[in-house]
Design a protein around this ligand. Structure first.
Ligand code: PMP
Ligand code: GLN
Length: 379
């Protein structure tokens, strides 16, 4: 059969986790917490299951969860959104991104993405008949040159995808970035997809500058988030999309034919958590900041150059003082020879730039972080 995605292979995350398991390595590659989700959330899930809430939810999501999401937006970003008309619960952020892209992108449309870019954007754009236009960002700042973005806009540009806090660079967008973005969207008829799955994981007292805080940006945006990141339950694949009512109508037309609705007991349990344990969300940044600091400190005597991590649960390491091999080979050597799995950064680029940088996930127990750092310090 002729492939619709001829350039796509198995995701790097599956590949590296497979290699880590094969070699019994410490797995700091694929981004997921090593620790469990809270017992409060697990008990809520089983209580709702036992109480018989096991049939389809309404396709947009259970009203109780839509309302708790709207309350979260009001509390964190001081914005009122219409829960029923604007919030759609999805099977993880991955579904929300896919559906938003299918809703927006038509044959021949162009979508601007910033490299390094999360791996699901491009295939979703291509399946919709569009083409991604890649703007490369450079280490160590990964700053966006908005003049370059402006120059990349054509008659065919349909949307821009941003991701802050950013996987894999761990950088966050600043107010100047959002101002420049707004000027661009106002000048051209372009939409925005804002991947904010790490919205509650920012460090050093920096607030997350959600697109939802700005009514002009929000008027053109699909804002995507993930309960997997927020509640340490990536395996539940629960997320959501917030968009203006007119865009949400189009989003839901497609969502109903992708998975129709998401896991009912999990929707109820997550609504309980948002209502009863707001401190979990409020303390998440500090929780991960401590893990970042443990890892950074434990790597202080290593020969890696450590790049700043402003948010997410990722840390980038430049190994150019240690080895000349390319990053894919370096990661293979790491897993096979010293027993640590990491992600090579080149896989997030359309045109890899020869950087010698790897990504570590620090959503791990302290002992795992220390043990991995000890091994990395031997290099
Ligand atoms: N976007 C980014 C930037 C991510 O890192 C991830 C998960 N790793 C996702 C989207 C997908 O989230 P989910 O697991 O909720 O589908
Ligand atoms: N987003 C996670 C990461 O960046 C992985 C998600 C996945 O495996 N699809 O590591």
């Amino acid at each position: 059969m002729e492939s619709k995605l001829p350039d796509v292979g198995t995701s790097i995350f599956s590949t590296m986790t497979g290699l880590a398991n094969e070699h019994g390595a410490l797995n700091l590659s694929q981004g997921f917490p090593e620790f469990d989700t809270s017992s409060q959330l697990k008990h809520a899930l089983s209580a709702h299951t036992l109480a018989g809430y096991n049939q389809y939810a309404p396709s947009p999501g259970l009203p109780v969860l839509q309302q708790e999401i709207a309350a979260l937006v009001a509390r964190r970003y001081q914005q009122d959104i219409d829960a029923a008309a604007q919030v759609t619960v999805t099977a993880g952020a991955t579904e929300a991104l896919f559906v938003a892209i299918q809703a927006l992108v038509r044959k021949g449309d162009e979508v601007i993405v910033f490299d390094p870019a999360y791996d699901s954007y491009r295939p979703a754009v291509e399946l919709a008949g569009g083409r991604t236009i890649h703007i490369p960002l450079c280490a160590p700042d990964y700053a966006i040159d908005w003049t370059q973005v402006s120059a990349a806009v054509t008659q065919k540009t349909r949307a821009i995808i941003i991701n802050s806090p950013h996987n894999p660079s761990a950088k966050t967008l600043k107010q100047a970035d959002l101002d420049a973005l707004k000027a661009l969207l106002n000048k051209h008829d372009i939409y925005l997809i804002s991947d904010e799955v790490y919205e509650h994981i920012t460090f050093d007292d920096a607030p997350h500058l959600s697109v939802l805080r700005d009514s002009e940006l929000a008027a053109r945006a699909f804002v995507v988030s993930s309960f997997g990141k927020t509640f340490h339950c990536t395996g539940w694949k629960m997320g959501y999309c917030i968009a203006p009512a007119n865009l949400t109508v189009e989003f839901r037309k497609i969502h109903q034919f992708v998975n129709f609705s998401s896991f009912t007991p999990a929707q109820l349990a997550l609504a309980d958590m948002l209502r009863d344990a707001p401190e979990h969300v409020d303390e998440l940044g500090l929780f991960y900041q401590q893990k970042r600091d443990v890892l950074v400190e434990a790597l202080a005597t290593s020969r890696f150059k450590i790049l700043p991590s402003e948010g997410t649960y990722f840390l980038l390491l430049d190994y150019s003082d240690i080895s000349d091999v390319d990053d894919v080979t370096f990661c293979q050597q790491l897993v096979e020879q010293i027993g640590v799995a990491a992600i090579p950064l080149s896989v997030f680029y359309d045109k890899p730039n020869g950087d010698r940088i790897i990504r570590l996930c620090f959503a791990k127990e302290t002992e795992t972080l220390i043990a991995a750092a000890e091994k990395l310090c031997q290099l």
